[in-house]
Design a protein around this ligand. Structure first.
Ligand SMILES: [Zn+2]
Length: 299
């Protein structure tokens, strides 16, 4: 069983010419089914979330303005997507997909969301294609419902998890770890509980060395009973927003290292997809599919 949250609205088309690669949300489930990494019954269409779970993390004024489509033009520009009812519904369902995922992970060890990892969403505003912070909402949900005592967020997307860091500042129940490109967006970084900023063109060897030095120690110190993994594939050398120098193989080794550790220590893990902006869509799909293939092999 590989529980995967996916809803047809995830591939909701943006206006013609938008630079965000929505096509990956359509192609990835197809690829996973085609090759047999996932079977149809692994997939679940998330419903709309209970707003109380969202308001446990996000400010009411911001959420109200989002739902009523009354965010001002400046706030919408920061998000980077034209605001529409479908876009808001998409984000709400993604959030519920991650909440559903934590229950699945508690039961089966692992769960995926074919979207999410919207780590640039702050408590009171959206930023950089992120409206609501799915893993932050699900982490707070776990704590509030006493389903976990200590949550670790492992954010390996190439961009810093600035929204997640802001949301959990001063919160001892959730430990935020972000490993990201030093010179990459966001240019003004927030303070996570642990930040590792990597120089441009970091190679597989350098990347994996740092990760292997850091993550087991962190698990040992923090003793999380739940892990969120943000498995963005924008660490690839081919990524047009990434600036790091990792290969497809290196990216897969990263996933193997993280998921093997969760598996070995029997810590439930929920994975949200995060970024991936290689110009060749085949590379994006291959890199994201690798995360699922690794999981399939382990669980
Ligand atoms: Zn990213």
């Amino acid at each position: 069983m590989l529980p995967i949250a996916y809803h047809p609205i995830y591939k909701h088309p943006l206006p013609e010419g938008h630079r965000f690669p929505m096509i990956k949300y359509e192609l990835l489930p197809q690829q996973l089914l085609h090759e047999g990494t996932a079977i149809p019954t692994d997939f679940h269409e998330p419903c709309m979330p209970d707003m109380a779970n969202i308001l446990a993390v996000h400010d009411k004024t911001y959420v109200d303005e989002l739902l009523s489509l009354t965010l001002d033009a400046r706030a919408v520009r920061k998000i980077g997507f034209p605001l529409s009812a479908e876009l808001v519904e998409r984000e709400l369902r993604i959030t519920q997909g991650t909440i559903w995922g934590v229950h699945q992970a508690l039961q089966h060890g692992i769960a995926f969301n074919i979207a999410g990892g919207t780590h640039h969403a702050y408590s009171d505003r959206g930023e950089a294609f992120c409206l609501l912070n799915d893993q932050a909402i699900a982490a707070q949900y776990l704590i509030n419902n006493k389903l976990a005592k200590k949550v670790l967020i492992v954010d390996l997307d190439v961009h810093q998890g600035n929204g997640t860091a802001e949301i959990f500042t001063g919160n001892n129940d959730v430990f935020t770890f972000s490993m990201h490109g030093k010179t990459n967006y966001p240019f003004k970084k927030e303070l996570s509980d642990l930040d590792i900023a990597l120089p441009d063109n970091t190679t597989d060897e350098e990347y994996l060395f740092v990760l292997r030095e850091t993550l087991p120690k962190l698990m040992d110190e923090q003793k999380p009973d739940f892990i969120f993994y943000l498995s963005g594939v924008d660490i690839l050398a081919s990524d047009k927003l990434g600036k790091l120098g990792c290969s497809l193989n290196g990216c897969k080794e990263r996933d193997e290292f993280v998921l093997s550790l969760c598996h070995k220590l029997e810590i439930p893990v929920q994975c949200s997809m995060g970024g991936g902006y290689s110009p060749d869509i085949k590379i994006i799909i291959e890199a994201h599919a690798n995360t699922y293939r690794v999981a399939r092999g382990l669980y």
